[in-house]
Design a binder for this molecule. Structure first.
Ligand SMILES: [Zn+2]
Length: 438
């Protein structure tokens, strides 16, 4: 299936052959990091004389985001974890995290090429092809969702229209004028476009888009949510974009045969899973663990055993129907967003899956309200009603959503329904939790 993959020679390697590629790159990367990174020379004082292999990598300490923040306080702006001269940096991004101080993410020419290579693999897997015209509607202001995602879209050979956010009227005209076939945006954005079109008595299918590429928010692995979007727009809906900018902005995406994310980044990132105690969890079907990433190819800000705080569930390790041999996963949630309700660990993404399982009742926009410091005895949720739902039916719909949340998140919920469009939309990741004083 040569036209099914951007890099079939890599994407169909056996796990053993993939590992040989990683071992090879790691041997060079390990020597480079020790020689060039002040941050790691310090952190690895005890092991720096040894040739540590990927098999033995668990003996190295973890790296956390807070340590990178401190590193950038010590040496502004890029931190003492920079491993090359600052004059090698060709692109700078800021992390878009919702908590803590933003990180400055620096990339060299080689890093930028690696990110495009792997991100391109992701977008291609999600269905983008040469001959497509894709309009990219994420914020270009500093975060990786803008220009870096743009470069990954271009890497597929498709024609990319750099649109950014806002100006929806011009967007609708541009799609028609240029014969645009695909849109790349946040999953909540099409609802806004739909509203504008319906207000003019138009049907979203008139735009003739064949593919929707999404990222930046969780909830996309919800089949009901995707199905309802596909019904409205007539396009295929894919999660085309999973990653984190300090590691690799896009290293996983869905193919047309699976609801799960293929890991595409093995030739730049070595992945481990760990449990809550920090012990290794092997990557096999059904395994759940926090994603820990080590660069095997990175020039500017190489990271070793970086704790991403994202908890994933491994859903497949054998070959997929698309022909790729890469392992698949779903994102279960984030360790730092997790909260406890009557002894049950609840991930906001599980609540989201519950809300999105009822597109007939809810728009998909919602907030979890955590009052005070806890403990909490139920999940308090403010959710927007679906467009067209009669206000007289809100109470009944709220009870049905409570049942759906309970089913997916495992704890009781108390839902208040709000009119559609009453919660603010954001250009980047939306924080699903609102913390209030008790
Ligand atoms: Zn696949």
């Amino acid at each position: 299936m040569p036209d099914a993959m951007l890099h079939p020679e890599f994407e169909t390697l056996t796990p053993e052959a993939t590992r040989r590629v990683q071992d090879d790159k790691w041997a060079r990367q390990w020597a480079y990091v020790l020689a060039a990174s002040d941050f790691y020379r310090d952190a690895l004082r005890g092991v720096s004389g040894k040739a540590v292999t990927l098999d033995g990598i668990a003996e190295l300490p973890f790296t956390g985001k807070d340590e990178l923040r401190l590193s950038q306080e010590r040496l502004s702006p890029f931190g003492d974890h920079i491993a090359c001269g600052a004059d090698r940096v060709v692109r700078v991004h800021r992390t878009s995290g919702t908590t803590g101080r933003a990180l400055q993410v620096a990339n060299s020419r080689r890093d930028v090429d690696t990110i495009a290579r792997i991100g391109g693999r992701s977008q291609f897997c999600a269905g983008l092809r040469p001959g497509d015209r894709v309009v990219h509607c994420l914020n270009y202001c500093m975060w990786t969702g803008g220009v870096t995602d743009h470069m990954t879209l271009e890497e597929t050979g498709a024609c990319v229209v750099p649109f950014g956010v806002g100006n929806t009227r011009l967007l609708l005209d541009t799609i028609a004028d240029l014969g645009v076939t695909a849109i790349s945006c946040t999953p909540s954005y099409p609802a806004l476009l739909e509203k504008l079109l319906r207000g003019e008595g138009r049907d979203p299918r008139e735009l003739k888009l064949r593919l929707g590429l999404f990222g930046g928010e969780a909830g996309l692995d919800n089949i009901e949510f995707r199905q309802s979007m596909e019904d409205v727009w007539g396009f295929g809906v894919r999660n085309a974009n999973y990653g984190m900018s300090e590691v690799m902005s896009n290293f996983a995406s869905q193919c047309e045969h699976s609801n799960d994310l293929h890991f595409h980044g093995a030739d730049a990132v070595f992945v481990e899973l760990i449990d809550a105690a920090g012990s290794a969890v092997s990557i096999r079907e059904g395994a759940v663990g926090e994603l820990v990433c080590t660069h095997v190819e990175k020039e500017c800000q190489p990271l070793l055993r970086y704790r991403t705080r994202d908890v994933v569930t491994v859903t497949g390790t054998g070959p997929c129907d698309c022909g790729r041999t890469t392992w698949r996963f779903r994102v279960t949630g984030r360790t730092d967003d997790m909260f406890n309700v009557r002894g049950i660990n609840v991930f906001p993404t599980a609540v989201q899956t519950g809300v999105m399982s009822r597109p007939d009742l809810a728009s998909g926009q919602f907030r979890i309200v955590l009052a005070g410091a806890g403990p909490w005895d139920r999940i308090v949720v403010r959710a927007e009603a679906a467009h067209g739902l009669d206000a007289a039916d809100y109470a009944g719909a709220a009870r049905a959503l409570e049942a759906a949340i309970r089913q997916h998140a495992g704890a009781s919920a108390e839902v208040t329904l709000l009119p559609p469009d009453s919660l603010p939309r954001t250009d980047g990741k939306t924080a699903l939790i609102e913390r209030t004083p008790s």
